[in-house]
Design a binder for this molecule. Structure first.
Ligand code: CUA
Length: 349
């Protein structure tokens, strides 16, 4: 915090105080966010285990800090140089001191190592039989979630039942990503061609934010995710709705026009929606997120835009403008087409 102090010892510039106050306000503001990505507020067994280990080691560190600083301050004051004092006697070697300062850290390290190793094994990702299986696939720059037992595919929003163990099998479709929902578990890399695992039991209902935690290109910061933990009955209801393939409402002209626009094969060289996106019963593209129930999600575009008419329209008009480097290109769409596509996609509940 060197910027707080001026060169003249003791004097502090008012401007520096203001900067420090602003920084504190900003940091305090972070904790006011309804779902902070805070590892200190665990909402699952495994994040609780990691948090418990952190707190244990924190208190060991406090003890070491207090002992060392006390010894330092006492020594500096008590043995400081005084006028007319002769040079103190030199001491070489003290068996008691050397044994003590070797043993004490060794004992502390044992107290840290044992729970650390226990926690490492505990969070290794092994799940009991009967855990809910979910495949997590990192893409530049969004998350795909597949529920093989339920036959569901969704994107960016992972729904989980509260109180049931979940087993995540994590991989990547392109480069290395890292799956991280801090209130539920630690990070786990998503590696192309390999499967890594996480297993945990969420213990509170709520929406927990997460994001890619491994730099993966231009829009790494736009690769966010949400984990929606629901009571078992709500999760079942969600899964049942996701398994349906809702037909378009033939009386809603805008939705019908939107389906047409979604299906429209444009001139050669132009991009089509159906080439990259799946909507059950309509199309089977797999390069982009499955949109069968896109209307039921809270966000779009890797969790960066609200899933409302304005957000969808912004995304359709200029995807790379919203998410730099996006695989979805800027497509020449008329205002009518955008309005129709928005109505159609919003109706995919
Ligand atoms: Cu994916 Cu960073």
């Amino acid at each position: 915090m060197g910027f707080v102090f001026s060169r003249r010892p003791g004097a502090v510039r008012p401007v520096s105080w203001l900067a420090a106050a602003a920084l504190i306000l900003i940091l305090v503001g972070c904790s006011g966010e309804p779902y902070p990505q805070s590892t200190l507020h665990p909402a699952a067994d495994m994040s609780g285990a990691i948090d418990g280990l952190y707190r244990q080691i924190f208190w060991w560190a406090v003890v070491v800090f207090v002992v060392v600083q006390t010894a330092l301050v006492v020594t500096v004051i008590r043995f400081r140089r005084r006028p007319n004092q002769p040079e103190p006697r030199h001491v070489y070697g003290n068996t008691f001191a050397e044994v003590a300062w070797t043993l004490a850290p060794a004992v502390i390290l044992v107290f840290i190592a044992v729970p650390t190793i226990q926690t490492i094994f505990r969070v290794s990702g092994r799940a009991a039989p009967g855990a809910l299986q979910v495949e997590v696939i990192g893409h530049q720059w969004w998350w795909e979630f597949r529920y093989p037992e339920l036959g569901l595919v969704t994107a960016n929003e992972l729904h989980l039942p509260q109180g049931r163990e979940v087993a995540l099998a994590i991989t990547s479709a392109d480069v290395i990503h890292s799956f991280w929902a801090p209130r539920l578990h630690g990070k786990r890399d998503a590696l192309p061609g390999r499967t890594t695992r996480l297993a945990f039991t969420p213990d509170s209902a709520g929406t927990f934010l997460g994001q890619c935690a491994e730099f993966c290109g231009e829009s790494h910061a736009n690769m966010r995710l949400r984990v929606v933990v629901q009571p078992a009955a709500d999760f079942e209801a969600w899964a049942a709705r996701q398994a349906e393939s809702p037909a378009v409402d033939s009386t809603a002209a805008l939705q019908v026009a939107g389906l047409e626009a979604f299906r429209r094969i444009r001139d050669p060289g132009q991009h089509t929606c159906i080439a990259c996106h799946t909507i059950a019963g309509v199309s089977g593209g797999v390069a982009g997120p499955n949109l069968t129930h896109v209307g039921s999600r809270q966000t779009i575009a890797g969790g960066t835009l609200p899933n409302d008419s304005a957000g969808l329209a912004r995304w359709l008009r200029n995807a790379p403008g919203e998410k730099p480097g996006s695989l979805m290109p800027k497509i020449a769409l008329s205002d009518d087409e955008v309005a129709a596509l928005v109505a159609y996609l919003r109706s995919r509940q």
